[in-house]
Design a protein around this ligand. Structure first.
Ligand code: GLY
Length: 366
């Protein structure tokens, strides 16, 4: 089974996303064919290296094994990747390939976008999160200790190869993290302006069991639905001037939770889900959404085993982190908030309003 999707940002900026369940022999034949005649630097997650290095069949010399974890997405490791590219003698005609999750894709993409002012870049996402979100759309980045993704570029890959076989060995925590981003799309579908209704909310409700079992055809369909929505958004607004901000539903609080816990306690998707709970609660209390939609949203999250955050963090610290977020403007903090069934809008709140809303949510879960 194979699905091919196309990102078409402009007439001369387009690329394909290949989603398949091919066996690895076929998969690497296609990849090797695609990069024929190019020198390759393959930045591969350590976990993926242990599980799949043999199947993927790259030369050991061309592989840079990347340690796993958000804390590794820093400038020291970025420079090590660049040094490896120099050591391998990569030129402007060559290619960097990311094989791994969001962290590997972000840092390898940043290296590809800056090495010799930009060389070809290929994404091979191996987690659900990177398949449905970070491998597509061209965001690349590294972090500073207190500011996630603060250094980065918009740099589109030349191709994205998604092979769902990688997802079968993903640990449950990482799989659930990917589902965090998947569920996000259910709440924003109508705002993406995709040309036909996908009914993702309903698909996620009815297909929960098969999705949790990682049934291959269901996975391909799920990834295809999410990417159709993401592509629609990126095609309309590559550089997040407006519409693309809707992909940040749940991310303002999510990033703050990741930062306050030094990227150690919550996976990205889990933190985003806490952010979505906060926004649904806020939207319902402000009467942006009706009870029936609020309730069915809560039921959907519950079906996947997600519950609102119980742990309380100092509100002042959370707000200080939010103020440093790229999404903050002047004295206000911006959030994407549900405003109707499957629709969201951007709002800016003062720190005092945010403090009030956070305290209200803490009260409602305690
Ligand atoms: N992950 C959000 C975006 O790509 O814009």
């Amino acid at each position: 089974m194979r699905q091919v999707l196309k990102v078409q940002i402009s007439d001369n900026k387009e690329y394909l996303i290949d989603i398949s369940d091919s066996n690895f022999a076929k998969f690497n034949q296609e990849m090797f064919e695609y990069t024929k005649g190019q020198k390759r630097l393959v930045v591969m997650s350590k976990k993926v290296y242990k599980l799949y290095a043999k199947d993927l069949n790259f030369d050991d010399d061309e592989i840079y094994i990347f340690p796993d974890g958000e804390k590794e997405k820093n400038y020291q490791n970025y420079l090590k990747i660049i040094n490896k590219a120099v050591e391998l003698g990569l030129t402007r005609k060559d290619v960097i390939i990311a094989v791994g999750g969001g962290v590997v894709g972000d840092i390898a993409g940043f290296a590809a976008s800056t090495y010799m002012r930009g060389i070809d870049f290929i994404q091979i996402p191996t987690t659900l999160l990177s398949a449905v979100d970070s491998s597509v759309g061209g965001k690349t980045a590294i972090d500073l200790p207190n500011a996630k993704n603060i250094i980065g570029t918009f740099y589109q890959p030349k191709k994205v190869f998604i092979n769902i076989n990688f997802l079968q060995t993903l640990d449950q925590k990482q799989y659930l993290s990917g589902l965090g981003e998947v569920l996000k799309y259910a709440f924003i579908e109508e705002s993406c302006n995709y040309n036909v209704p996908l009914f993702l909310f309903e698909f996620l409700t009815l297909g929960c069991e098969k999705i949790m079992e990682r049934e291959p055809l269901t996975l391909i369909r799920l990834i295809e639905y999410c990417l159709n929505l993401k592509i629609a958004v990126v095609n309309q607004d590559e550089k997040e001037g407006g519409l693309r901000k809707i992909l940040n539903l749940g991310h303002t609080l999510g990033h703050a939770l990741e930062t306050i816990t030094k990227y150690k306690k919550y996976t990205h998707g889990e933190a985003v889900i806490y952010g979505i709970f906060f926004m649904l609660d806020f939207a319902y209390k402000k009467e942006y959404i009706k009870y029936a939609y609020y309730k069915s949203s809560m039921d959907l999250l519950d079906k996947y085993g997600f519950h609102p955050l119980k742990k309380v963090y100092p509100t002042e610290k959370i707000i200080n982190i939010m103020k440093k977020d790229k999404k903050a403007n002047a004295d206000k903090i911006t959030f994407i908030v549900p405003c109707d069934k499957k629709n969201v809008k951007e709002i800016s709140l003062t720190p005092i309003d945010v403090e009030y809303a956070l305290n209200e949510q803490i009260k409602s879960v305690s």
